[in-house]
Write a protein that binds this ligand. Structure first.
Ligand SMILES: *Cc1c(COP(=O)(O)O)cnc(C)c1O
Length: 434
């Protein structure tokens, strides 16, 4: 291919002819059969810890290396259970990433506790662990951190801050099933962890989640939060809580048996999946690293195994004469690259964190404390990350051959960035028609 050929955005021929699509989740016939068999047998709810839910919990705790794994109906429920399980009290403060899926943080409100948002690293989007300490107050009770896109956060630094100030650590592993930090699987590195098994996640139940912990008391409290009757009577054995086991707190966050069997089967294929995704990402990153204006996602030494969830290189417009990222993405898309940009802003730019009146006011953080209000620009590195990240799919089959064309498309567009910039300055970048 000649990178000086006319850009597709300007009417030329696209580099990529057949569309490169990721199909996920990717269930096979035997998964469908296993699900159908449960329905046929009428095995569609459980009383105690049994059947496919027990199997999933056993396999999951073995995989992560924790004493307990507790299946629930969503990642959000796993996070909510975790916040309850550590005993958050009204007014307690929880240090949390401003850049994450909102469910990492919103359940803190439901515990009448106060999320304190922490800025991201501008190059990974992960919570910046070096900023944690400056946010610690007498009310700080916990840190929650997300392993964003499957790139583990620096747990060693987070744990040392937590130890120094006596804080709980909650890992949100919803995008990081199988990731390793300094050679150890995420999900067992803090006090408690939550995984989502929503349909896009590496291990998927369609809808589901799982909580992992090594702490007996945290496990019992998480069981009491979302389970009752046989399930909690079997699991809750301490003198402190045993007598409350039959009712629990009365919520029902149980996982569906069919969801559990799908999760269990995708968990069995997780290592293979991560290997394929790594090969694809590394192949494309090697090409991107030779191109001006685009930088592969940053890999730090503690990220000993990345569990690819979304592939997000960074765009550096200053290296391409200040061509805007918007035009750059449009030109790539016209060449057939399945590229987009992050859809959600950091949480401090959401109305729930900016509006002077937080209207969901059944929740009260307690006397002398109130929810923090934020403004645009307050946590600038997270905004830089969102403004510069490119979003590419991760592929679950070996597409290295097809990715060569993606690399060529990047090269073609960056080579002709000057032309695009001139058109941009003259206000005449074509609007894509399709
Ligand atoms: C998907 C996700 C969740 C929420 O999981 P659900 O299963 O959709 O409730 C929470 N945190 C992060 C980081 C996620 O990516």
């Amino acid at each position: 291919m000649n990178v000086t050929e006319k850009l597709a955005l300007l009417g030329g021929t696209p580099v990529i002819k057949s569309s490169l699509e990721e199909r996920w989740p990717a269930f096979c016939e035997s998964d469908v059969e296993a699900a159908a068999e449960l329905v046929r047998r009428g095995e569609i709810s459980y009383n105690g810890r049994e059947g496919t839910v027990r199997d999933l919990e056993e396999h999951f705790r073995e995989y992560v290396g924790t004493r307990y794994a507790l299946a629930v109906n969503s990642g959000t429920s796993a996070l909510h259970s975790a916040f309850f399980a550590i005993g958050l009290q009204p007014g307690d403060e929880v240090l949390a990433p401003t850049y994450t899926f909102h469910a990492t943080v919103m359940p803190v409100f439901v515990c009448n506790a106060v999320p304190v948002l922490v800025d991201a690293e501008a190059d990974t989007g992960n919570i910046d662990p070096t900023l944690l300490e400056s946010h610690v107050t007498a009310r700080t009770k916990a840190i929650v951190a997300t392993h964003l896109n499957g790139y583990p956060v620096d747990m060693a630094t987070i744990l040392s801050v937590a130890r120094k100030h006596g804080l709980w650590v909650i890992e949100d592993c919803s995008q990081a099933h199988g990731a390793e930090c300094d050679g150890r699987r995420v999900g067992g590195l803090g006090d408690v962890a939550a995984f989502s098994m929503q349909s896009r996640k590496q291990v998927t139940a369609g809808a589901g989640g799982i909580l992992t912990t090594n702490d007996d008391r945290v496990h019992e409290r998480a069981v009491l939060f979302g389970h009752s009757l046989n399930r909690s009577v079997e699991a809750v054995v301490s003198d402190e809580y045993r007598r409350f086991a039959s009712t629990g707190l009365g919520l029902n966050l149980r996982m569906h048996p069919v969801a559990a069997v799908l999760a269990d089967r995708t968990l069995a294929r997780l290592d293979e999946l991560l290997k394929v995704r790594e090969a694809n990402c590394a192949h494309l990153d090697a090409m991107l690293s030779r191109i001006d204006g685009v930088h592969p996602p940053v890999r730090r030494p503690h990220m000993t195994r990345i569990a690819h969830y979304s592939h997000q290189p960074l765009y550096r417009q200053e290296e391409l004469g200040d061509l805007s990222i918007g035009t750059f993405v449009r030109a790539l898309a016209a060449e057939g690259v399945p590229v987009s940009r992050p859809k959600s802003p950091p949480l401090h730019q959401e109305p729930a964190f900016q509006d002077p009146e937080w209207k969901l006011d059944t929740y009260h953080p307690g006397p002398g404390n109130s929810y923090r209000r934020y403004r645009d620009g307050q946590l600038p590195n997270s905004e830089t990350y969102v403004a510069t990240a490119l979003r590419l799919p991760v592929f679950s089959r070996d597409v290295r051959g097809e990715l060569d064309a993606v690399g060529e498309a990047f090269e073609k567009v960056t080579q002709q960035a000057g032309l695009l910039r001139d058109l941009e300055r003259a206000g005449c970048v074509p609007v894509p028609t399709a």
